[in-house]
Design a protein around this ligand. Sequence first.
Ligand code: AMP
Length: 395
Amino acid sequence: MAKKSVKDLDLKGKKVLVRADFNVPMKDGEITNDNRIEAALPTLEYIIEQGGKVIVFSHLGRIKTEEDKEENSLRPVSVRLSELLGKDVTFIPETRGEELESAIDELDEGDVLMFENTRFEDLEGKKESGNDPELGKYWASLGDVFVNDAFGTAHRAHASNVGIASNIESAVGFLVQKEIDFIGGAVDNPERPFVAILGGAKVSDKIGVIENLLKVADKVIIGGGMAYTFYKALGREIGTSLLEEDKVDLAKELMEKAGDKLILPVDTVVAPEFDNDSPSQVVEGNIPADEMGLDIGPKSVELFKKELEGAKTVVWNGPMGVFEMENFAKGTEAISKLLANLEDATTIVGGGDSATAVQQLGYEDDFSHISTGGGASLEYLEGKELPGIAAISDK
Ligand code: AMP
């Protein structure tokens, strides 16, 4: 069932609660990257234009002690948001109580208020991240309608998303809508051929994703550290490469089930040490006993290129090698470039390291969608229902 979008809500004169994702990186009380604040602007500006009274909130970091509170106040975020919106943002340094309630009562149409980090409520027994029903009900009582625009926490049931949505009319904002359209679209109803590319360190982190994508995609390409557990399952020597011994049988099973749908690298960049300056070489087949695989080789890039020809939908999650080291980043860079130049295809990058790689290389505008949520996009690709979206009112 489709979920309501912010465009389906009557916003004029309404107190609109907005769960944003302002979990920005901070250093010494300064925001070091404000992409997430900028990304929230379209939804907030739309509500302002429609005459809604915006009450926006978010979590920031983890709160385990009183000191964590000082470092993780949303106040600097409210200042930056005010600059970006070009209008005042009233900041209330509380997550509940009279000061917050009376400030909300005083809001006019188009005004914006931000309240303090929702995770401050976790100091008293995980009320926010434990989805305490009373807290969700209380926050819901502060508004007339609720808009969830935080995809990064959509895979968790918290008081600030599921708790509120369970009590009042709710909708998704433009950011979450885009994730539903692209990731949800790829998983539920992809234009074919649909090719998935999975990489990263561990098979165990991505079992659910591999299994689900083997069901829904036409091809599943596996690179990165994960590939060596599959190599092992084929009886190959993998030297000192990453191995998850307890996943070798599973890898075997997956390959038997998948047949030629599952594609592995055909060559590997190896080196004796996990070090950028370690002397590397490209090998095909077995990896020498004292070497480890740190990237896919050029023949694998060619093979993957062929498999991608004519693809109409591509989902990519996880680097092809240790891309943090320049000498082992070539495979990941090549895949970024291949996808950026793919014509007539919907190209989607799951959050996390592959999204970072695409952004670092400056290809972000050449992709159809780069997910803003690492964990959430993985669970979405696993075919799981995300509680933060499921709780939103049906259209
Ligand atoms: P993930 O979070 O599972 O997507 O994994 C990302 C991490 O996998 C990155 O930090 C990469 O450096 C690492 N990685 C990718 N390929 C390899 C490899 N061949 N050996 C060791 N680590 C790898």
